[in-house]
Design a protein around this ligand. Structure first.
Ligand SMILES: *Cc1c(COP(=O)(O)O)cnc(C)c1O
Length: 244
């Protein structure tokens, strides 16, 4: 058995145990493969073992693997920071964008989708850790933002996404996930269809599941360590991170 297949079985077990621990149904938690830096061939191994959801962070990778993956059954999510000048490209290759975090981006997506006469599934990304280096709408502005996005008829709001704090202190990480859950509850009361909660990664998926995650995004625990530090992908905001 390949290591990827073995790792997938291991993740399924972790999901199952965490679901049981919190009295939830295993089937209510989807696994999204975070495939940045992962080769198309390794992604195909995972798809052939039954996975269907993948997530990419960079346009070049999204585009680069498209041809090799296009005949395999899967759905591609864009989970990285999206610049408005990349909208046209991203919506060619992604079925869903999980990182909608500002009005300018939402409005430009709407405009482009109108032009192409189509719609797109999206998640609203919330910065639950309040770190300047992380993207996402602030928790305080999330409700107003979601209401504005709802007015944009080409965007189908599916849920909320967050990265949360990277910390070995589980209770601090948990606070981020609880915050997203509370924002979801408030939004559902206002008829915003944010049914999915995309939160939890290799190191904190149990905590995320305990706090209500419906989509965990896992990379390292399935495909191994990436050749770049994570900051390359997540903290590439040069103003917030002058060391970059
Ligand atoms: C890379 C990435 C993940 C997966 O992180 P791992 O720790 O490798 O499981 C999840 N979400 C986003 C947005 C990512 O960029």
């Amino acid at each position: 058995m390949s290591l990827i297949v073995e790792n997938l079985a291991n993740i399924k077990l972790r999901i199952k145990n965490a679901a049981e621990f919190s009295g939830r149904n295993f089937n209510d938690i989807k696994l999204l493969l975070a495939t940045k830096t992962v080769s198309a061939q390794n992604i195909i191994t995972a798809i052939e073992s039954g996975e269907t959801l993948i997530g990419e962070n960079k346009i070049q990778e999204l585009k680069g693997k498209y041809e090799e993956l296009k005949n395999t059954p899967h759905q591609t999510n864009f989970i990285g920071h999206l610049q408005t000048n990349k909208i046209k490209e991203v919506i060619k290759y992604a079925d869903c964008i999980q990182s909608v975090d500002r009005l300018e981006l939402a409005e430009k997506l709407q405009k482009r989708l109108e032009f192409e006469n189509r719609t797109l599934d999206i998640f609203i990304q919330v910065n639950t850790s309040y770190e300047a280096s992380k993207y996402g709408i602030s928790p305080e502005n999330a409700l107003t933002f979601a209401q504005q996005v709802k007015q944009l008829d080409r965007l189908n709001i599916k849920g909320l996404m967050t990265i949360g704090l990277f910390s070995a202190e589980t209770e601090k990480v948990r606070k981020c996930f609880q915050l997203l859950k509370n924002i979801q509850i408030r939004m559902l009361e206002k008829d915003l269809p944010v049914y999915d909660l995309s939160m939890g990664m290799s190191n904190d998926l149990e905590t995320a599941i305990e706090e209500g995650s419906t989509i965990i995004r896992v990379g390292t625990a399935i495909f191994g360590r990436r050749p770049y530090p994570d900051s390359y992908y997540w903290n590439d905001n040069k103003e917030a991170n002058p060391q970059l």
